[in-house]
Every structure is written in C-alpha cells, then in structure tokens.
Design a protein around this ligand. Structure first.
Ligand SMILES: [Zn+2]
Length: 399
C-alpha cells in the first residue's frame, strides 16, 4: 500500500470518529464521545461534517450495537454508520486448485463473490491472468470503478517473508519459486496489492466478520489441502520474524508416519490433512476417495470415515494443545474443508486440548468451527485492505 500523508489535528479527530464507526457500526453520538475520546461538541460538529461529505449516515429506530446509557431514558438515540458504498476492497484467495474473488463494500459485505477452478500450484502465470479477469468481471458486475477501490488483498497457501515479500515456497508451492505475486498482480490491475498467507487471512476474516468477532487472542487452524494456523495476539496478526509463524502443519505428529512434502517424517499435515485422511479410506474401500466423498461418508455415518476423521481431530488437537499452552488464546477456530465434518472432528480436538494443555489454559480456550466456511480467506483478504480504510477515507477529505 502507498504511504498516506501525516494528518493534522482536525484530520486526526476525523480519523478517530471514522475508526470508531468502522469498529463499532451503529454507534450513537454518545458512544462516539466515549470511544473516540472527544467532547460531545466536537463529535457533533465532525459528524455533521462527515454526513455532509457523504461518508457517514444516520439511522433512526435501529437497535444499538452495544448497551447505551441513553437507551434507558426513553427515545432511542440516532445511530450512525459509515456509508458502506463509500469505499470498496477486493479479496483474492488462491487455493491449491481454485481462485476465489470477493468485492466487498466498506462494511465487509461481499457484493460479488466468484469462484473458478484453477491449477494454481503448477500454473502461476495463468492463475494470475485468471485472477485479473475475475477482478475485472467483479468490478463490472457491481458497477464499481477501479478508482473506488482502496486495494486488493491476496492470499496464497505458502509462507510469505514479510520483509522481502518473497515466497518461502520450497517444497510447498514449487511452481511459484522466484515469483513475486503482489507485484505481478499490481502490474496487471494497476491497483495496490497486499499479499498474505491464507491461514493468516482466514484468522483475519473470522475475527472481522465471523466466529471470532471481538476476540483479541485467537488461533485459527485451517484444515485444507495443507494445514496451517493464523495467529491473532492482543488484537494484532502475528506473522513471526519471517512470516512463518503458525506453520503447525509441519510439527511432528507421528515419528513413524509418512514422509511429508516438506521432507520431514510424520508431520501433522501428512497425518491429518483432509487429503491424507481421504487416502486412508482409499486403502480400506479399494476405490479413489475425494475429500468431498470423505465428508459425505462421515455425514452418512460410515464408521471407517468417522474413525479416520476423529483420529485426525485428535492429532490436530495435540498440536493445538501446544499452541494453547504457549499462547493461552481465548478461541481456537477450526476452518478449512475438514471443518464441515462438525463434531466428529471438533469433539476430539476439544478433548485433546483438555487432556494435553495445562488446566487454566485449556479452560479458557473455546473450540469453535469457523463461521465463514470457504469464504474465510477471501473475506480476510478484503479485511486486510479495509482495516486501513479509515485513514484512506480521511485522506480523501480536504484538510
Ligand atoms: Zn512437513
């Protein structure tokens, strides 16, 4: 993203109001005096100005986003929110075999949500071209001009070095070696592109719009083709020094397990990823088993399928127990393909955390399924951009 200018005192106050409304839509003027730490008079003047500028709108007769002392006095106060169509962001999620795009308004609501199968792992240039097409088509369908976009957030299933922007792709996404995806996308779109790891974005999506709304300390575990975790600590994403934090898929799970694609033996991913679990059933059923088929078998109550998923849950739970001991999160959110197996997966994860974490850490960590399903990553990618929207909106106003 381009750097935004340094703000003067008046702009700083506008920023406080806009940030407060971004985090707490449907606040009243009194809520704003508390959350933006400004006087009532200043809030009144600035809100009036922002309404005139078309950035803030009033809602009469709408329920409060939080209990308000004024509520008890009778007439409900007027609620305020940012005008959701005053800015937009695009999220792009590159899975191993698909690209998903979401064009979101300022509130994070996807106006267009599109999906295309793609051989992302082996055909990076074609995948980037396809993503370009999907973004252009989404803008066309929504009638949004490129200059109304704040930026594009992009997720890839690979660790990304935060300092250099390079992919740590060896053994994980070999076809992408040496490619700088954010620069490639920017060259195609002419719009700033921010890149992050898909599990980190899943965490961000669930925190902004899903199961972890309002939670400051959480671990998001993504069980898809690979296994990864996104960490949000004290309200901030934690990438680690080289962007590799949360690579829980490659911790040792079974010393005598199969060789993993990273070159080690018995990694969690080699034992418990949906693909690894489906492969176990291929042996017993004597036929190819896709992840989709695995989930159908679980749904139908197939004993072997349920056992395989439960064992995977226990393995994931043992790894999660370490994270719970080390990080003491409030929430463990389970996302990715395998999460739709429901309690067959989640119960063993919860039990393993209870068994293998110290009691105070285990009792404060709730295990929940993700609320956004396969859209967690793409919405997180949009949230990466939208989180910076308050400053961008203030910069649009004249000083
Ligand atoms: Zn591994």
């Amino acid at each position: 993203m381009t750097d935004l200018p340094v703000l003067g005192a008046r702009q700083m106050n506008r920023l406080r109001i806009i940030e407060a409304l971004y985090r707490r839509p449907l606040s009243s003027r009194a809520d704003l005096t508390r959350h933006a730490h400004l006087s009532r008079a200043t809030v009144s003047t600035l809100v009036e100005e922002l309404v005139r500028a078309g950035l803030v709108e009033e809602h009469a007769g709408v329920a409060a986003s939080e209990p308000s002392p004024e509520g008890a006095l009778g007439r409900p106060p007027v609620r305020l929110s940012l005008v959701s169509r005053s800015a937009f962001a695009v999220g792009l999620d590159f899975g191993h075999q698909h690209i998903r795009v979401a064009l979101c308004d300022l509130s994070g609501e996807p106006i267009v949500d599109d999906y295309s199968p793609a051989d992302v792992d082996h055909a990076p240039a074609e995948s980037l071209d396809l993503a370009h097409e999907l973004v252009r088509e989404a803008l066309r369908r929504a009638g949004v001009a490129p200059d109304q976009l704040l930026g594009v957030g992009m997720g890839l299933a690979v660790p990304i070095n935060k300092t250099t922007g390079a992919l740590e792709a060896d053994g994980i996404l070999p076809g992408w070696h040496g490619i700088r995806p954010a620069a490639e996308m920017e060259a195609r779109l002419g719009i700033p592109v921010a890149l992050d790891n898909d599990a980190n974005l899943g965490a961000l999506g669930e925190e902004a719009y899903g199961a972890a709304r309002g939670v400051d300390n959480l671990v998001y575990i993504r069980l898809s083709a690979g296994i990864g975790a996104g960490l949000i600590l004290e309200g901030h994403p934690y990438p680690g020094v080289a962007g590799v934090a949360g690579e829980v898929g490659h911790v040792l799970s079974d010393p005598s397990g199969p060789i993993c694609r990273c070159g080690n033996r018995g990694c969690l991913e080699a034992v418990a990823s949906p693909v690894a679990v489906a492969a176990l059933l291929e042996r017993s059923l004597g036929e190819p088993v896709s992840v989709q088929r695995l989930l159908e078998l679980v749904e139908d109550g197939h004993r072997g399928a349920r056992r395989a998923v439960a064992d995977a849950g226990e393995a994931v739970g043992r790894a999660a127990a370490m994270l719970v001991n080390i990080l003491n999160p409030e929430l463990v959110v389970v996302g990715g393909d395998l999460a739709s197996a429901g309690e067959v997966l989640l119960d063993p994860i919860t039990a393993a955390i209870e068994r293998h974490s110290v009691a105070p850490a285990a009792s404060s960590a709730r295990v929940v399924p993700g609320a956004l399903g396969p859209r967690a990553e793409v919405l997180g990618a949009a949230a990466l951009i939208l989180a910076k929207s308050p400053r961008a909106l203030v910069a649009r106003l004249e000083a």
